[in-house]
Design a protein. Sequence first.
Length: 347
Amino acid sequence: MSAPTAGDRSVTRPGTKDAEAGRTRRGRQCAARESRRALLEGCGAPRYTDHGGPASERRWGRGQAVESTVGRRERHRRMIAAVVAEMAVGTVVSHQSAAVLYGTTLWHVPLERVCVTRNRRGGGRIRPFAKIHGSPVDSVVELDGLLVTTPARTVVDLALALPFEAAVVAGDALVGAFGLTADQLAEELARAKGRYGINQAKEVLAVLDGRSRSIGESLSRTMIHRHGLPLPSSQGNVLTPDGRFVTRVDFYYESAGLLCAFDGPTEYGRLLRPGQDPAALAHRERARETYLRTLGFEIIRWTWDDLVRGTPARRLRTALTTHRRPPDGRIEPAPIPAPRQLPIRTL
């Protein structure tokens, strides 16, 4: 009987099955890595330059191709999933990447890299598709299988890292969505002591107002703050002396009897509904303003162009320093939506 030859397919050498299984496993891992890499290559985008207006769209690179904010967010979500899959267990999604997962309003915030934090002191680095921060993390939220910094921690991280106005816009949205309190933010700020940007973070937290309903309102408050004026209250219902509702205003200084409104691109622009006659709307709103003045209120409105030039600050300063009789009408804070609740767990 002849001995089996090396070419005989029936021959099984020791360890052959294990070796083949190992090769198959490695092949699958390589395929998964290549798939994630292809996804990242498709998601990556050059830095954008703003296309003016309220950040509803962005102009990308030299090609001048326009991509909606929704598209940028979805691309970044896919990047998060792909990047975190290749990182060590316990990596926490943070900063603007956490804000994207929370659905937070963002303005002038780069999304070219996924931001993550590792629970350690120092050791931050920048990779082609990721920015890794090293900082102690004691609690997280789990979203779709990903560990994410808590809303309060995300507010403080953004306040440390983003430009002032961008941090206020995102911070307002997070505070409003999750009902964050001043004590919660102060506690997170205390944990950040010694981190770079701590002085700006204190300034950002002092300006935040979760009652803000738009980018324009948040930027209006930063403009007022920059000019050294007292910050107004947000979202007030104006009532007649006998308690009848007249209108809702974006901002108000109750003691001064001053009502303020941010209108968007044009006067009364945010109030205009599809198919509505702009002239009829303007006539109705001017009649309402006349009635408010008979109640003893002063009204100041501004648009995006006014905001860029800073002209509302001069008008506000004049109105706040002008003595007038107390108004007959009154203002009370408007109701706000119930905050989102998230389960937070300790690491």
